[in-house]
Design a protein around this ligand. Structure first.
Ligand SMILES: CC(C)(COP(=O)(O)OP(=O)(O)OC[C@H]1O[C@@H](n2cnc3c(N)ncnc32)[C@H](O)[C@@H]1OP(=O)(O)O)[C@@H](O)C(=O)NCCC(=O)NCCS
Length: 334
């Protein structure tokens, strides 16, 4: 049976069963990834940015177990889907049933585009392609094992930056007086159209940035920020963001790294990332890995990541589909 589900009022047993299914999925499809913990899982599923909504569904079997889950985040003009089915229940049509619920709802809410992140080398590729989803964007995920880091070299790099710049570290997020400059730095690269579907959009104005940081905290995801400040003007010349999620605190996620175009060529990217690693090492003793996603044509960033010891792990895709077409395919009566 598939039913709509509200994580805010879900029972602890439901949260636990969902976690079991998620970890079975990870063990089957991404066995190198750390299993998730029951920490902030309810908040992870229920908290959203202002103006965004997440709608969720569960599949329940006769014994009350939850072998399937789907949710869609309605943001801007696109619905972003997450969907997984327990390995023991695959190829029974369950994902298709769940997705039909999602797509009908997205259609009823007036959205015409739907997107999904798909991990390369997993059955999800065949699933979404069989339904006519098109691959719109490819990234490579790379993982850095902290045990392989040359801490002496990284410590030196952390202190090396072009004259006229300084690096500052802000666990939890930047102070309010720097939010404006931080947003300006993010906006400086906003116009680069890299062809992705914006399934994980960045925040470019100060208010949205504050909301975004608050939302991360509510979801149990602690942001760490390192900024490069241009000393003469006080401008934010570069930034890097890493998030340590309570759900898998041994593996952190690299979010944006930005060097504002006019400040490129001064070693800022390298210095920011090195400083971040040094700080994370003492702030997060449980942390063993950091993962990052890069477009294959972002050569400068790939070079710095390779120097730090990041190793390419998987391809990561964004797939998209037109909602009316997809609904018709899933339910030809429509
Ligand atoms: C992708 C996924 C949701 C598919 O679930 P499912 O319940 O097995 O899918 P369905 O039974 O509804 O399959 C529908 C159709 O998709 C296609 N399909 C699904 N899995 C396939 C596979 N492994 N190989 C080829 N085609 C496949 C088939 O056309 C299938 O129809 P058929 O069985 O009649 O041939 C499931 O494999 C899954 O949970 N993957 C993990 C997704 C995820 O979020 N991962 C994140 C961490 S890795």
């Amino acid at each position: 049976m598939v039913r709509e589900w509200d994580p805010r009022t879900a029972s602890p047993a439901e949260i636990e069963s969902l976690l079991d299914t998620l970890n079975a999925v990870l063990a089957a499809d991404l066995p190198e990834d750390p299993p998730w913990q029951d920490s902030f899982l309810r908040e992870y599923q229920s908290e959203t940015m202002p103006g965004e909504r997440r709608i969720s569904w569960l599949a329940e079997d006769e014994s009350g177990r939850l072998p399937g889950h789907a949710n869609v985040l309605l943001l801007g003009d696109i619905g972003v889907v997450e969907l997984f089915v327990h390995p023991s229940m695959r190829r029974t049509g369950l994902a298709q049933t769940l997705l039909t619920k999602v797509v009908r709802r997205v259609y009823d809410e007036g959205f015409s585009a739907i997107g999904v992140e798909v991990v390369g080398g997993t059955p999800a590729v065949a699933f979404y392609e069989s339904l006519g989803f098109a691959r719109e964007y490819v990234e490579t995920r790379s993982v850095l094992k902290l045990s392989t880091v040359d801490w002496l070299a990284v410590g030196e790099t952390a202190g090396t930056i072009g004259d006229g710049y300084r690096v500052e570290y802000f666990p939890g997020g930047p102070p309010d007086e720097l939010i404006e400059g931080y947003a300006v730095a993010k906006a400086a690269v906003r116009d680069v159209d890299d062809g992705d579907l914006d399934l994980r959009p960045s925040s470019y104005d100060p208010e949205r940035l504050r909301d975004s940081l608050a939302c991360l905290h509510r979801r149990g995801m602690k942001p760490y920020i390192v900024l490069a400040i241009h000393e003469r003007t006080g401008a934010v010349a570069g930034l890097t963001e890493v998030v340590v999620p309570a759900q898998h605190p041994t593996r952190a996620d690299q979010y944006d790294t930005i060097v504002v175009p006019e400040h490129r060529g001064y070693g800022i990217d390298r210095a920011l990332k090195a400083r971040m690693l040094v700080e994370l090492r003492s702030a997060e003793p449980r942390l063993t890995e950091v993962q990052t996603w890069n477009a294959p044509d972002n050569e400068p960033m790939l070079k710095v990541n390779a120097e730090l010891g990041f190793m390419a792990d998987r391809e990561w895709y964004e797939y998209g589909a037109d909602v009316p077409d997809l609904l018709h395919r899933l339910d030809p009566k429509t």
